[in-house]
Ligand binder design. Structure first.
Ligand code: ADP
Ligand code: 5GP
Length: 186
């Protein structure tokens, strides 16, 4: 069985940016494409960035047991489909999940040997600047995400690994070291 790597932390902290860098450095990693009920942002593609599902379809798949984990985040549903993990794990391909904290907690039960990394911002103010700078969410949505972030940051002590994303090159180096070490030990 291959490793599962969970990268979690508040929206806007840089998870996606770090994962892109991580996957360039460790090309054997594959990214799980999550399902969500939120609308696609400009440039996002169905089946590539997310599996975009209508709420009823998402619920049907929850009832069918299709999710390894799922959670409500800022009024929308997000989840990891079993089909994204099973074949890769059996084929020995390491998989990366980019998910929020409630989902990471569920993976702790469903995939207990998953390696979990919490990405933390240097401060809430910096997180706000990054969410605003990314320019993908309306101001009310940014505020909603910051409120959730305040809660999520209290979960840091639950995680085996915490990487503060202040300097991007340094955070990427730390994250790559953590993942590479676990890949080597398998
Ligand atoms: P997440 O996937 O956690 O929501 P993103 O990867 O989309 O976050 O990053 C949010 C914004 O912050 C993006 O505009 C990204 O370019 C920027 N960013 C990420 N890491 C850093 C960093 N270390 N320093 C400055 N800006 C960063
Ligand atoms: P966004 O709307 O910015 O793409 O994602 C919002 C939040 O949902 C982010 O923190 C992101 O990591 C998280 N997320 C994305 N996919 C999943 C998933 O499959 N499960 C869970 N629990 N969270 C997810």
């Amino acid at each position: 069985m291959a490793r599962v790597f969970v990268i979690t932390g508040p929206s806007g902290v840089g998870k996606g940016t770090l994962i892109r860098g991580l996957m360039e450095r460790l090309p054997q990693l594959e990214l799980s494409v999550s399902a969500t009920t939120r609308s696609a942002r400009a440039g996002e593609q169905d089946g590539v960035d997310y599996h975009f599902l209508a709420p009823a379809e998402f619920q049907r798949r929850v009832q069918a047991g299709d999710f390894v984990e799922h959670a409500d985040y800022a009024g929308r549903s997000y989840g990891t489909l079993r089909s994204e993990l099973d074949d890769r794990m059996h084929a020995g391909i390491p998989v990366v999940l980019e998910i929020e904290v409630q989902g990471a907690r569920q993976v702790r039960c469903t995939v207990p040997d998953a390696v979990q990394v919490f990405i933390a911002p240097p401060s809430l103010e910096v997180l706000r600047e990054r969410l605003i700078g990314r320019d993908t969410d309306h101001p009310e949505e940014v505020e909603r995400r910051l409120q959730v972030a305040t809660q999520e940051l209290t979960a840091q002590p639950e995680f085996e690994h915490v990487v503060v994303n202040d300097s991007l090159p340094e955070a990427l180096e730390r994250l790559t070291d953590i993942v590479a070490l676990h890949l080597r030990s398998d």
